[in-house]
Design a protein around this ligand. Structure first.
Ligand code: PGA
Length: 249
C-alpha cells in the first residue's frame, strides 16, 4: 500500500496567527493511513513544528537552496529546515521554476540536498497551458522527470507532485481522464527508471485547484495518492474535508 498524503502549501500567506489553523485541523487528521503535511512560510517553521507534533501533522518548507551553505543572501538550506524539525520540503514548484528561472538541474540538486539533511523532497512538475494545447504534455513531463529526479530515488525517500501550471490558483481542473493519463504515465516512467518495486511505492500527488468538492473524484484515480493544495489549505474548514476525502478514498 502506498502512503496517502494531503499536503498544504501556504505559499507567502499567513503570520503566526495563522497557526491556529493547525489546531483546528487536528481533529480531522486520521490516526494512521494518511499523512497530513503543512508547508507554512519559513519564519513559521519552528513554531509550526512545536504545535503540529502532538496533532500528528508533519511540517514542510516550500523550497530550499541547492547548496548546503554559503553566501546566498535570503536563501534557506535544507539543513536549516531540518534543524527547525520539519520533515519535508517542496522543490521545483512551478512558481519557483517560472519566476526564479529554476531548471530541472537545480531541482535535482535541491532534492539531493533535502536527502542529505534527512528531509523528504516533494518534487513538483507540470506543463504550461501552451504545452497542454500543443499536445506535448507527456513529452514535457518525461523531460522534467528525468531531469529533476536524482538517481538515488528509493521507495520511501521521495514524493512526486503533478501540478499542471494552468490549474494552479485558477479554479480550472483537468478532467479526470487527463489526470489519470499523466499520473499513469508518471508511474510508468518511474517504473522504467527505478524498477517496479520502487515505483509502486512512490506517492504521486495531484495539485492545482483541489477543493473539497472535487477531491473525492480526483482521489478515485488509481495513481493519485493524494494532493498538494494551495489556496484551499489555508483554512482548516477548507482543507479538513480534503483530508477526509483522501482518508476515505
Ligand atoms: P492551488 O495551488 O491549490 O491554489 O491551485 C496548488 C499549488 O500551487 O500547489
Amino acid at each position: 500500500m502506498r502512503p496517502k498524503i494531503a499536503a498544504g502549501n501556504w505559499k507567502m500567506n499567513g503570520t503566526a496567527a495563522a497557526l491556529a489553523e493547525l489546531n483546528a485541523l487536528g481533529p480531522v487528521v486520521p490516526a494512521s493511513g494518511t499523512t497530513v503535511i503543512i508547508c507554512p512560510p519559513a519564519p513559521l517553521l519552528f513554531r509550526a513544528v512545536d504545535l503540529a507534533g502532538p496533532l500528528n501533522i508533519a511540517i514542510g518548507a516550500q523550497d530550499c537552496h541547492a547548496e548546503p551553505k554559503g553566501a546566498f543572501t535570503g536563501d534557506i538550506s535544507a539543513g536549516m529546515i531540518a534543524d527547525c524539525g520539519a520533515s519535508h520540503v517542496i522543490v521545483g514548484h512551478s512558481e519557483r521554476r517560472d519566476r526564479y528561472s529554476e531548471t530541472n538541474a537545480n531541482v535535482r540538486q535541491k532534492a539531493e540536498q533535502a536527502w542529505r539533511a534527512g528531509l523528504t523532497p516533494i518534487i513538483c512538475l507540470g506543463e504550461s497551458l501552451d504545452v497542454r494545447e500543443a499536445g506535448t504534455t507527456l513529452d514535457i513531463i518525461a523531460t522534467q522527470l528525468s531531469g529533476s529526479l536524482p538517481d538515488d530515488v528509493t521507495a520511501t525517500n521521495t514524493v512526486v507532485a503533478y501540478e499542471p501550471i494552468w490549474a494552479i490558483g485558477t479554479g480550472k481542473v483537468p478532467t479526470l481522464e487527463q489526470i489519470i493519463e499523466v499520473h499513469d504515465f508518471i508511474r510508468a516512467q518511474l517504473t522504467s527508471r527505478f524498477g517496479a518495486e520502487t515505483a509502486q511505492m512512490i506517492p504521486l500527488l495531484y495539485g492545482g485547484s483541489v477543493k473539497a468538492d472535487n477531491a473525492a473524484t480526483i482521489f478515485s484515480a488509481e495513481n493519485v495518492d493524494g494532493a498538494l493544495v494551495g489556496g484551499a489549505s489555508l483554512k482548516a474548514s477548507d482543507f479538513g474535508p480534503i483530508v477526509t476525502a483522501l482518508a476515505a478514498s
